[in-house]
Design a protein. Structure first.
Length: 373
C-alpha cells in the first residue's frame, strides 16, 4: 500500500518552496519509514537551492529530521515502530573509512546523500507519478513522512524521553558538526586557548563544546554583536567583533598564540588571518563551505617549522550512533544548552524560516512538521 505525504519541493533560488503531495517508494530491507515531527533548517539546504552544491532539482531537501518510526525493513535493527529517532547523513558502511567508524569521510558519501536517489539509482519519492529527487542526506526531511536508512537513523536514548523531538532535531547536522570539530576532530585539550570564527549554529556548538573540553580562553569572533553576546552566554570568555581589529585583540590576549582555531565562515581571508594566530603545534580546523575557486596561502616555514596543522572537517568526525547520544547526555547535564539557539516555525512557514536563517535573525530555525503524539 502506497504511503502518501506532504513535502516541500525546492525548484531553485527563483521560486519559493511549495508544499505538495508526494508518494513514498516501498521500503528496502535496510530502510525505515519515519513520520517527521520536526526538522532544522541549515545553510546546506540553501546551498543546494542556489546550486552551489549540485544536488539535482527539483528536490525535497531537509537533513536535520527527527520523528517517530512507522515501519521498518526486514534487516533493520537500529529502531522499531514507535521509537523516537534523529536522522543525519548516510554512509555506505563498507569503505575503508566506514570500517574505522569515520563515516563523515565515506568514500561513497556522494551517491548515498546528494544524487537525489538511492545509491543504486532508484527513487525514494514520486510526485505526480514521476520520480522526484529526494534521499537528501539519506532522508529529505522537509516532509511529513520520509524513508531513512539503518546507518543514518539514531534512536533517542530512554533517558531523553522527556526531551521534545523538535528540540533534538538540529543535533543531526549543525550542532554535531561544531561540537564534533572540537571534541572529536581537533580533540581540544583543557587549558589551551581556542578561537572560533563565525557564531552561527556550528560556531555556537563549538563554543559550548570548548567549554566542555575545558579550553581557556574561548574567543568568539563575528560581525554581529547580538551573536557575540549569545556566544558569551554559552561559554565564550571573550567576544570580538571582526570589524574592530579582532586579530590584534586576540594577539594581545594570547601573545603565545592559539592552540586551536575553528573557522565556520568559509572565507579564505578569515581563515588565513586566523591561521596566523596559531601557536606551535596549533591546529586550524575548517568547517565552513568555501567557494570552489578559493585557495589558501600560508607561510611554508611557519607551517612546517611550528608543526602547525590545517584540518578539513566534515560532520565533526562524528560516528552517529555514539556521538549523538553523547551530545544528548551533555544537554541533559546542562552543559550543552543548544535550545537557546532555536526559533520555531510551522511547516507552512518554511520560506519564512529559510529567510530567518539567511538574514541571521534566528540562529537555528526549526520547522514544526507534525505532533509527537
Amino acid at each position: 500500500m502506497s504511503v502518501h505525504a506532504k513535502a516541500a519541493i525546492c525548484r531553485g533560488s527563483d521560486e519559493p518552496l511549495t508544499i505538495e503531495d508526494v508518494t513514498l517508494d516501498a521500503l528496502r530491507p535496510d530502510e525505515l519509514q519515519v513520520r517527521i515531527v520536526a526538522c532544522g533548517v541549515c545553510h546546506t539546504d540553501m546551498a543546494v537551492r542556489d546550486q552551489q552544491l549540485l544536488v539535482p532539482l527539483p528536490a525535497v531537501l531537509g537533513h536535520e529530521g527527527a520523528g517517530i518510526v512507522e515501519a521498518v525493513g526486514s534487516a533493520v535493527t537500529t529502531a522499531k515502530p514507535g521509537d523516537r529517532v534523529i536522522l543525519s547523513f548516510n554512509s555506505c558502511g563498507d569503505c575503508p573509512n566506514c570500517e574505522i567508524d569515520a563515516p563523515t569521510y565515506c568514500y561513497n558519501f556522494f551517491p548515498h546523500n546528494w544524487t537525489g536517489v538511492r545509491a543504486d539509482g532508484s527513487p525514494t519519492l514520486m510526485h505526480n507519478g514521476e520520480k522526484l529527487n529526494a534521499n537528501f542526506f539519506g532522508q529529505s526531511s522537509f516532509a511529513t513522512q520520509v524513508i531513512s536508512h539503518e546507518r543514518n537513523t539514531v534512536r533517542v536514548p530512554d533517558e531523553a524521553a522527556d526531551l521534545p523531538l523538535e528540540r533534538l532535531c538540529p543535533l543531526g547536522c549543525g550542532l554535531m558538526t561544531g561540537a564534533g570539530a572540537v571534541l572529536r576532530s581537533m580533540k581540544v585539550r583543557a587549558g589551551l586557548p581556542i578561537g572560533v570564527f563565525g557564531a552561527g549554529t556550528v560556531g555556537m556548538a563549538a563554543i559550548m563544546a570548548a567549554k566542555i573540553a575545558g579550553a581557556d580562553p574561548i574567543v568568539a569572533v563575528d560581525v554581529n554583536d547580538d551573536r557575540l553576546a549569545m556566544a558569551k552566554e554559552l561559554g565564550a570568555t571573550h567576544a570580538f567583533n571582526a570589524k574592530n581589529d579582532a586579530i590584534a585583540k586576540i594577539q594581545e590576549l594570547c601573545p603565545e598564540g592559539l592552540g586551536y582555531v575553528l573557522d565556520t565562515t568559509g572565507l579564505n581571508k578569515v581563515i588565513e588571518d586566523a591561521w596566523s594566530l596559531l601557536a606551535p603545534k596549533g591546529v586550524c580546523g575548517i568547517v565552513g563551505a568555501s567557494d570552489p575557486e578559493d585557495n589558501l596561502t600560508f607561510n611554508e616555514a611557519a607551517f612546517m617549522g611550528g608543526g602547525r596543522r590545517v584540518m578539513g572537517i566534515l560532520g565533526g568526525d562524528s560516528d552517529l550512533k555514539t556521538f549523538l547520544p553523547e551530545l544528548i547526555g551533555y544537554h541533559l547535564e546542562g552543559k550543552f544548552p543548544f535550545e537557546k539557539l532555536i526559533g520555531y516555525f510551522d511547516f507552512h512557514q518554511i520560506n519564512e524560516a529559510v529567510a530567518a536563517s539567511e538574514n541571521g535573525s534566528v540562529v537555528k530555525p526549526v520547522l514544526r512538521i507534525g505532533a509527537e503524539g
